[in-house]
Write a protein of this length. Structure first.
Length: 258
């Protein structure tokens, strides 16, 4: 899932599903859903909705042996112009969680980012939609959880060519309802060779508070992209890569077995 807020969004739903699946031994399948609103939908530090609020939703299904699948959606606005910018994103993913000899968890995932109504002038027939293979390794150290992710795409969005993405995240629970977390990520895109650079770094840090089925995440987000670099390839709005504070309110719908 995209960026830390999106990752937290999906993780809360997946955690809920996993708990229900464990409790309901009679069925190997379970389903959960969540709805959210984000003050600025950011993907790896870059605004995907022209720095405006974005409603979002997800449905997740888990099966036996750690397999799962789901769909995620959000409002988008790449500011190409009113007629050409994708107005929404629909993502599909499939994966498997594997225990690595009791030391860590390996989440292997195939993730498709879909922009059904995208019209992209100036990039020929390049497709906005793209596919990534994502591997995340997680470890609970007791009071600290770490996650390391590598994502690979053979053809990034808008004909960007090969891309690789790495990030590291730390999550620390402060009590039973409040956690603090931070993430640093680095994106390489083969076709983004503007101003002598094809890569950039982003980071965020923030707090997540939960109450019953609600979660509120407040997060400071920034990248090392200049306005010119941001507007040249990654987003038509030059200010989409600048620092900001993002708020995400999520409501998790209780899991239920099939």
């Amino acid at each position: 899932m995209k960026n830390l807020t999106k990752a937290l969004f999906g993780a809360m739903a997946l955690t809920s599903i996993a708990g229900a699946a464990h409790a309901q031994d009679a069925s190997p399948f379970s389903m959960s859903a969540a709805v959210a609103v984000q003050s600025d939908y950011r993907f790896r530090g870059i605004s995907q909705n022209d720095r405006e609020p974005a409603p979002q939703a997800t449905i997740n299904v888990t099966g036996p042996e750690g397999f799962y699948a789901g769909v995620w959606g959000s409002k988008t606005n790449w500011a190409l112009n009113g007629a050409n910018s994708p107005s929404y994103e629909v993502d599909f993913y499939f994966g498997k969680n594997t225990d690595l000899f009791g030391f860590a968890n390996w989440n292997a995932q195939v993730y498709y980012y879909g922009y059904p109504d995208a019209r992209t002038p100036g990039v020929g027939t390049s497709n906005a939609s793209f596919l990534e293979l994502i591997n995340t390794f997680s470890k609970d150290w007791g009071g600290l959880t770490t996650n390391f992710t590598w994502a690979y795409s053979p053809e990034f969005s808008l004909g960007g060519g090969t891309s690789n993405y790495l990030n590291g995240q730390a999550v620390i629970p402060l009590n039973d309802w409040l956690t603090v977390s931070g993430l640093v990520g680095h994106q390489w895109v083969q076709g983004a060779k503007y101003f002598g650079s094809s890569d950039y770094t982003h980071y965020d840090i923030g707090f997540t508070a939960t109450w019953k089925s609600l979660a509120l995440d407040l997060r400071f987000i920034d990248t090392d992209l200049s306005k010119a670099q941001c507007g040249a390839f990654y987003m038509s709005t030059a200010n989409a890569c600048g620092s900001t504070v993002v708020a995400t309110l999520t409501y998790n719908i209780s899991s239920f077995p099939w």
